[in-house]
Write a protein that binds this ligand. Structure first.
Ligand code: NAP
Length: 371
């Protein structure tokens, strides 16, 4: 049995991680110790054994007794605890969902279906900090795997459609509160055939802009709307989320020549699953059927969806992919800009391949390594 400290297990990513650990039978080899930042002494999940209590996630002594810690608690937590723990002399493995440590030289971004070699080399060198990638970046790499492997991509422009759960549990709950609020506001007019669609829109828009609209955790109305800004501002007019596309993708793939990645990240009213509309500049012109066959062979989770209305309506959307490990790529076609320009749309569950799954797999790799 491997003793593993689990922090942030009740958040969005943590809950999905717990679900995947249960589904995969991983608790058969994990002896879990659960931590909390808000309910120390509260009841721990059943896997910790009858009567087990939650430990204090800020207690460095408790944490340092463990050979492996996996955290989905978030960046602020990592900032507050990680350095203290390492400075205390702790030599254990730290597996993290937060972005805080991702770009540090001694940290590896784990996405083992594409960078297992990098992970193994790092373990051999004694690296002990492994972080999951940004959700849109991991999903993009999974979806376009074959094109990266064949070194066919010069640059990518990505317009994202990111789900509310990507911002955390509170934001997703607030989106649902906003939906309920709008549903209630629209209810009367929906049952009155005399009210026109435009009148209903005015009622709903007024509700979105009124002071009693639920708006505590999200920065702007999201139900029936969108938010074209995710995370904080960085240089050059980008957001941090947009910058991660370039820096993390290149850190994960380590191509000979950097692949430029840029775009605009947008929060939309989907509950779960991130989508991206991609404009890809290929290094050379390739027939579409060859590109499709390369995409199909990317990895076992990628499914190429036919570029037709029927297939797109049936398959290519968050409601279809939510809760599955499938990464879908469709709308694949050459763009008007020229034969090397490829358009595509991809959608995947950001809580699975974009967050929990690489961490769960990294934990299994660490276990293999320690055996
Ligand atoms: P989250 O849902 O906000 O959960 C983080 C912590 O918030 C929980 O562990 C819990 O800590 C506390 N919490 C407070 N109110 C809660 C509530 N109503 N329900 C559940 N937990 C609540 O954050 P997250 O989205 O899982 O993200 C965790 C980290 O993963 C972040 O660094 C994020 O950037 C990263 N990440 C997220 C995603 C994603 O799609 N969400 C994808 C990739 C990476 P206590 O139990 O200690 O109170």
């Amino acid at each position: 049995m491997l003793k593993v400290g689990i922090v942030g297990w009740r958040g969005m990513v943590g809950s999905v991680l717990m679900q995947r650990l249960r589904e995969g039978g991983d608790f058969a080899w994990i002896e879990p110790v659960f931590f909390s930042t808000s309910d120390v002494g509260g009841q721990a999940p059943a896997e910790a054994g009858a009567g087990a209590r939650l430990k204090d996630a800020y207690n460095v002594n408790e944490l340092s007794a463990l050979p492996v810690i996996i955290t989905c608690q978030g960046g602020e937590y990592t900032k507050r605890v990680y350095e203290k723990l390492r400075q205390s002399g702790w030599q254990g493995y730290w597996i993290d969902a937060a972005s805080t440590l991702r770009m540090q030289p001694e940290t590896v971004i784990a996405l083992d279906p594409v960078n297992r070699r990098v992970i193994d080399e790092a373990l051999n060198r004694g690296i002990k900090t492994f972080v999951g990638g940004n959700c849109t970046v991991s999903l993009m790499i999974m979806a376009l795997g074959g094109l990266f492997r064949e070194d066919l991509i010069e640059w990518i422009y990505s317009a994202t459609y990111q789900a509310a759960s990507g911002a955390g549990a509170k934001q997703m709950i607030e989106l649902m509160r906003q939906m309920r609020h709008l549903g209630q506001v629209a209810d009367e007019s929906l049952s009155n055939p005399a009210v026109t669609a435009l009148e209903m829109e005015r009622i709903v828009t007024a509700a979105q802009n009124s002071s009693d609209f639920p708006l505590n955790d999200l920065p702007a109305p999201l139900a029936g709307s969108l938010i074209p800004w995710i995370d904080t501002a960085v240089d050059g007019g980008q957001t941090r989320e947009e910058r991660k596309g370039h820096v993390e993708l290149n850190k994960i793939l380590q191509p000979e020549k950097e692949i430029a990645v840029d775009g605009i990240c947008v929060r939309v009213g989907a509950l779960r699953c991130h989508s991206q509309a991609l404009c890809i500049k290929l290094k050379r012109d390739l027939p579409l059927n060859e590109i499709e066959s390369i995409l199909r062979g990317s990895n076992e989770w990628v499914h190429l969806i036919e570029n037709s209305p029927q297939a797109s309506f049936k398959e290519l959307h968050p409601a279809r992919v939510s809760g599955t490990l499938d990464v879908l790529i469709g709308r694949v076609h050459k763009l008007r800009m020229g034969p090397e320009y490829l358009g595509a749309f991809t959608v995947g569950d950001q809580l699975l391949w974009g967050a929990a799954e690489p961490l769960r797999r990294m934990l299994a790799i660490v276990r293999e390594w320690l055996e």
